[in-house]
Design a protein around this ligand. Sequence first.
Ligand code: NAD
Length: 353
Amino acid sequence: MIFVTGGAGFIGSNFILDWLRAPNAEPILNIDKLTYAGNPYNLSSVADDPRYAFVQADICDELAMSTLLSRYRPRAILHFAAESHVDRSIHSPDEFIRTNVNGTFNLLNKSLSYWQALPQQDQADFRFLHVSTDEVYGSLEPDDPPFSETTPYAPNSPYSASKAASDHLVRAYHHTYGLPTLTTNCSNNYGPYHFPEKLIPLVISNALAGNPLPIYGDGQQIRDWLYVSDHCAAIRAVLARGQAGQTYNIGGWNEQANLHVVHTLCDTLDELQPRAQGSYRELITFVKDRPGHDRRYAIDARKLERELGWKPAESFESGIRKTVQWYLANGDWVAQIRSGAYLNWLQQQYGDH
Ligand code: NAD
């Protein structure tokens, strides 16, 4: 059995769905607090799969984490749970420190006690895989080389600072106590089940509703985009073949300015679901830039390609097309989240969260 924390979020739910597509997949226990970003609907297709189980729990909860570890005895923990939205971290950083720093610290502590009590062979096989971001490296100038695993950390937002702190704790638990950890630092993901507060799903759902498409500043901020299933495949490769104590950068070699991303989305929508009149591009509206907005991120993923044989399967164009097609086919999913019906349902199912 493997544990996945934050498996009801965007990347975690894509990971679980991809993982369970393999007929011989090991069972998964999904541990998620179900914050506003956690959506168990994403996993409804596997809800009855005997290899899948869900527990609503907070990674900061000491008793819950140690009880789950001793009851289910996982051979790996894949740690996705986090507060993940940079804009939210600017307005209310507290929850980012609590979950991303204290929560990871708690999970590491409980994992360490569990791991130390394992028989020797199981100790050698155990992995704690920490899913992190390229934002820990800060911002690049136009001519800088992409971030590699040896780029010094320089986080600029409360979100990236909290993720950087958690990366350092994971590193320390390997070097100090020998816990077999792996850390992945990935670029911006996009694809199905992406919460509509993030750029790509926000633009698609606003465009379809005929609402303005907000672009921060001049729209020339550059991000390195990766289709989410390529990220999931990279995590599987790192879990299977990564060397304990190592970090691996994951990226798609797909540097795109935000404005170009929005233009591509508008053009794809124009083709797949034309407006009655004009182009979706007419909805673009430039808004005041956010404070501390990093100018450019780019990932050098050669270590992962060379050592573990991973390569992204999707190009930017094919990934964007698949994403737009998914949102067109799953309008109910977005409508549910936007209407608040989903939050009401969560409240009924799970009480306050
Ligand atoms: P998300 O916000 O969509 O999902 C986060 C999940 O964690 C949610 O299901 C939420 O309910 C859960 N969660 C939050 N606090 C929790 C807590 N205290 N206890 C238990 N569960 C909790 O995030 P995402 O975009 O899927 O990102 C997943 C991970 O990948 C994060 O660690 C993020 O830093 C990292 N990452 C994201 C991207 C990206 O582009 N989205 C890129 C690189 C790395």
